[in-house]
Design a protein around this ligand. Structure first.
Ligand code: ARG
Length: 465
């Protein structure tokens, strides 16, 4: 059945059914139902304060709105083809239940201020789920890091072996990245806290609505100061998608590292079976699909951000229907980010770590920086030391001799300052221990980082919802 339109008075022809389907957002904005009910209830109370509803009528309307939410969640309410969006559907359901009282509810409000208010309310809640997901991922990173302070591995730059690092140090990098993501979400939530309701279609409501009380009622800190801005602003949606994309970028980079490190030539780690899949043809395969999907979904999320920015760049300044196109990219991004964070959490929680393989993979040439530093401590300028050690590395390659097996007189042929203490440099633990500078990969420093990370996690107030 087709519902009659909220704007049908001015029309004497029926909307084409193709147009109805084309313009309807109900298939995705139904996610806003709860927020829309809250907004309608708050608005009904505001209308009662200006005598549009009597106290008794208000109670009837509030109860009906609560009932709609219950009936919908129990699957007892169906949309109709003419329901343009969730706001029209709620008004229809309300009017079906309370008659003329329902048809009074839209007095002084517009779907333009309503949708902007609904989405902000929705995001204040939704953003907390991502914060919680990040927080538990951080906790599981710290937990794993605590076990691997002394686990050495080759550190890579340009995906070429660079210097020995602690595996815990590597892991903690993500904990600090996610802390920035969380901070962004906290600040974002602040910016969601301006309530647009009362802005009408663009010029403000003509009824004497107490916006301060309305904002308090809905849990907003404050209300918007300009009705044109309030009804056409979607900065908060672009920002939300950006923050999610940033979370995805971080998660995708861990995914990429784990894919490489679990592959045959490395075998530093293994992805648990719970997060792997097999091949329909090759019986031996166990593929890291969880991680590949995170990486792949990140591409789509970046596309969503791009869609939003393109959507906003050239529209005239007030509500236009283009703005309805903000929702699918937004909901998709929020949901996929939430899922990806949870999946990564599971991957980290069940990760198999192989410290022996990590240590065995360290190429002795990785101590080249330590050898150069040794010469510096003997009074040679670093640039000169770098050159000498570069030649030693080449010598070792040409003579097929590991650096720690080069005879002392050969070392001394390159620089007379070498003595037999040079051999002690080829020890990963000693190499790490030199780097206890704050933020460095030395074990004392990594332990400090763990303390810092725990402090951060304990002091972060999580959102109440
Ligand atoms: N479904 C619409 C949206 O998401 C709600 C606002 C409709 N406003 C209008 N004037 N047609 O943007």
């Amino acid at each position: 059945m087709s519902a009659s339109k909220t704007w049908s008075g001015r029309f004497d022809k029926k909307t084409s059914s193709m147009m109805e389907a084309f313009s309807s957002s109900i298939a995705f904005d139904n996610k806003l139902l709860e927020a829309d009910i809250l907004v309608n209830k708050a608005w009904a109370k505001a209308l009662a304060r200006i005598k549009i509803y009597s106290d008794e009528e208000l109670q009837t309307v509030l109860q009906a709105l609560d009932r709609i939410l219950i009936d919908y969640s129990e699957g007892n309410l169906k949309f109709q083809s003419g329901d343009e969006d969730i706001h029209s559907a709620v008004e229809r359901w309300l009017t079906e239940r309370v008659g003329e009282l329902g048809s009074r509810i839209h007095c002084g409000k517009s779907r333009n201020d309503q949708v902007a208010t609904d989405v902000r309310l929705f995001l204040k809640k939704e953003s907390s789920f991502i914060v919680l997901g990040l927080q538990s991922m951080q906790e599981c990173i710290v937990e794993l890091a605590e076990k691997h302070v002394d686990t050495v591995m080759p550190g890579y730059t340009h995906l070429r072996q660079a210097q020995p690092i602690s595996f815990a140090h590597y892991l903690l990098a993500f904990c600090f990245q996610m802390q920035r993501d969380k901070r962004r979400l906290y600040e974002f939530r602040e910016r969601c806290d301006d309530m647009p309701l009362g802005s009408g279609a663009l010029a403000g409501s003509a009824f004497d609505i107490d916006r301060k009380m309305l904002a308090e009622e809905l849990g907003f800190k404050t209300f918007s100061h300009n009705s044109i801005d309030a009804t056409s602003d979607r900065d908060f949606i672009t920002e939300c998608i950006f923050i999610c994309v940033q979370v995805m970028l971080h998660t995708s980079r861990i995914a990429e590292d784990f894919i490489i490190w679990s592959s045959e030539p490395y075998r530093f780690i293994d992805i648990a079976q719970e997060y792997s899949t097999g091949s329909s043809m090759m019986p031996q395969k166990r593929n890291p699909d969880s991680l590949e999907l995170i990486r792949g979904k990140t591409a789509r999320m970046i596309g969503n951000l791009n869609a939003l920015m393109n959507l906003m760049k050239g529209i005239p300044t007030a509500y236009v229907r283009d703005l309805q196109e903000d929702k699918e990219p937004l909901f998709d991004t929020l949901w996929q980010t939430r899922l990806s964070v949870r999946i990564m959490n599971g991957v980290i929680n069940t990760l198999q770590v192989y410290p022996k393989q990590m240590k065995a993979a360290i190429d002795p040439a990785l101590y080249a920086t330590d050898v150069a530093d040794y010469l510096v401590k003997k009074g040679i300028a670093f640039r000169r030391a770098h050159e000498i050690v570069g030649k030693i590395v080449t010598w070792s390659e040409e003579h097929n001799t590991l650096m720690q097996d080069i005879p002392l007189n050969t070392w001394q042929g390159f620089a007379e300052q070498f003595d037999d203490r040079v051999y002690a440099l080829f020890d990963p633990q000693k190499s790490l221990a030199k780097r206890n500078i704050p933020g460095g990969t030395g074990p004392a420093s990594v332990r400090q980082q763990i303390i810092k990370a725990k402090e951060m996690l304990n002091s972060d107030a999580l959102f109440e919802e």
